[in-house]
Ligand binder design. Structure first.
Ligand SMILES: [Zn+2]
Length: 174
């Protein structure tokens, strides 16, 4: 028998493989594995992205080479891996996607979106210094700097929200 939890279905414990039951964790009913004495929670996934400008104050964007929203533009970024901080994740993704090496970050803002897949929390960082030659890689087919007036369509609402924060705070260099 499957146990349904809103958008999610949890059937088996990923550690021992036993069938999960529904149990009260003190606040609400959650998927629970009795042999492991463990509750399972579903949370939005943390991600990070970069706001990085050139000398002209133009903002760096990357063009997606993979679905979803292939061909549209987005801020360089991605999901946070275990063992790294959110600002490390932002700079790692920056280098993976654009070959630029960033240094020094300051928090721009946070945006949260829920979806049928569970949702994402994106933390936006301004990158203070960077070096390297722009070269689109991995899941980016192109990377370029754009002025506010020439900014292309942005793939994700969660990034559009962060761009609004960016535009109303300090457009151009931090
Ligand atoms: Zn278990």
């Amino acid at each position: 028998m499957s146990v349904k939890y809103g958008r999610f279905e949890w059937n088996h414990c990923p550690i021992c493989g036993d069938v999960l039951i529904s149990a009260d964790d003190g606040q609400s009913m959650r998927p629970h594995c009795p042999p492991c004495e463990r509750f399972y929670y579903s949370n939005p996934a943390p991600a990070a992205c970069c706001f990085l400008t050139n000398d002209a104050g133009e903002l760096l964007l990357v063009q997606r080479s993979i679905e979803p929203r292939k061909g549209l533009w987005t801020l360089p970024g991605g999901f946070v891996e275990m063992g790294e901080t959110t600002d490390q994740a932002a700079l790692r993704e920056l280098e993976e996607e654009t070959a630029l090496r960033g240094e020094g970050t300051s928090l721009l803002g946070v945006s949260t979106i829920s979806s049928k897949h569970g949702g994402v929390i994106v933390i936006g960082y301004k990158v203070e210094r960077w070096e390297g030659e722009l070269d689109a890689k991995t899941d980016a087919m192109d990377a370029a700097f754009f002025s506010f007036e020439n900014r292309p369509e942005i793939a994700f609402e969660v990034h559009q929200n962060l761009l609004r924060i960016y535009d109303t705070s300090a457009r151009g260099r931090a």
